[in-house]
Design a protein around this ligand. Sequence first.
Ligand code: UD1
Ligand code: CA
Length: 455
Amino acid sequence: MYKCALVLAAGQGKRIKSDLPKVLHKVCGKEMVIHVIDTIRKAEINDVNVIVGNGAELVKDRTKVKNVEYSLQSEQLGTGHAVKCASEFLKDKKGVVAVFTGDTPLISDATIKKLVDSHINNNNSATILTSIVEDPTGYGRIIRDGNEVLKIVEHKDCNEQELKVNEMNAGIYCFDIELLSKSLNKLSNDNEQGEYYLTDLIEILKSENKTVGAVITDYEETIGVNSRVQLAQAEEIFKDRINIKHMENGVTLIDPKTTYIGVDVVIGKDTIVYPNNIFEGNTTIGNGCIIYQNSRIKDSTIGDEVDIQSSVILDSIIGDNTTVGPFAYLRPETKVGKNARIGDFVEIKKSTIGDGTKVSHLTYIGDAEVGKKCNFGCGTVVVNYDGKNKYKTIIGDNSFIGCNTNLVSPVEVGDNTYIAAGSTITAEVKEGDLAVARAKQRNIKGWVEKKGLKK
Ligand code: UD1
Ligand code: CA
């Protein structure tokens, strides 16, 4: 049977008190609406239409990589009205449409599949996802007669009896497409909030003797994020899920409470992660690595058996058996080879560092290509910027760069070269040469005594 999905993402999110549209707030490093879209796709529903309104351009821009379609709800008149705005998308389609709110990032693909299967197998007109919660404040309540679902009543419209019901509406539903399109015109906004509620469709369908089903799932999957407090709750639940997955895959997390791993991060077996680490975006960490405390690794690929300590690594690639830190800063487009050493207070930007090269302390390398098995003395600076333009430095294999060297770009240093400590290199150093580029030492005999400074 044909399946498609709608994601409601047009609301402002007043309760989150933000200039950013609510659905763009992130949980474990990913926008809530993208969590929902990704999970829908995982559940094998490919045609996704996102209803945008508040901050429409921004929401479209952030979700464009997901290849979804959009409908515009220019005035936010409620969730029922939002679905109506997708009528062009639903036109001429037959089958099932699953409807999601953009603020339920914890929903799993397994639950979506269960909901859709139950909807199809029971031949329902509508099927709602619900959960049982001790305190359902703020959520719509599922009103049943015995087992039969009668209607959904919004918290603000509940009478005393209805307020006591602790089965809540998750805001995720399946509908028969044609029936949904026909019924939306029957919604009214005669309620506490003066909005067209999607939830009222249930009572309408029941009054027409249509079958309405419900699937009950864990509350944890159905949390709707309306406020910053709920955002933090969602973050904690998601973080636990991610950390458990990595531990089950053979990663040691010494303190999962203080380990923050983005949803799309991949970590190999026998890697050990110490407390207070943050791994973000499209990051892959290999097998047998040790990531000591306080590192941030974003959009990077780390090889096997790499040791990293208290460092920031952005959009970089690190080869096997290399050590990084403490206190290294690897900026975008850095590529470090295997068996290399990047030590303390070293900053590298847009550079390649060959296998076995050691940059052990207090060094800046920018816009450079460095060969294999080089050794950088303490305090080397690649002077890549003349105040106007950036230039490139090339260093061959097996070069020894003495302490406190400046390499004024553009400049080339050949293979097997030595540079004397304290040199400022402005011209090519040919293979096999030693370059000394500093004033010769001069000693003035007895100068201290002559000046009357002797103590
Ligand atoms: C909604 C449900 C409630 C359910 C809860 C689950 C309704 C009337 N109520 O309430 O029964 O328990 O979700 O989390 O549906 N949106 C639009 N256009 C609008 C209004 C909202 O696109 O005009 C979008 C919002 O961006 C949001 C979603 O719909 O992503 C839900 O809106 P929200 O205001 O959060 O609804 P709740 O009050 O939480
Ligand atoms: Ca909500």
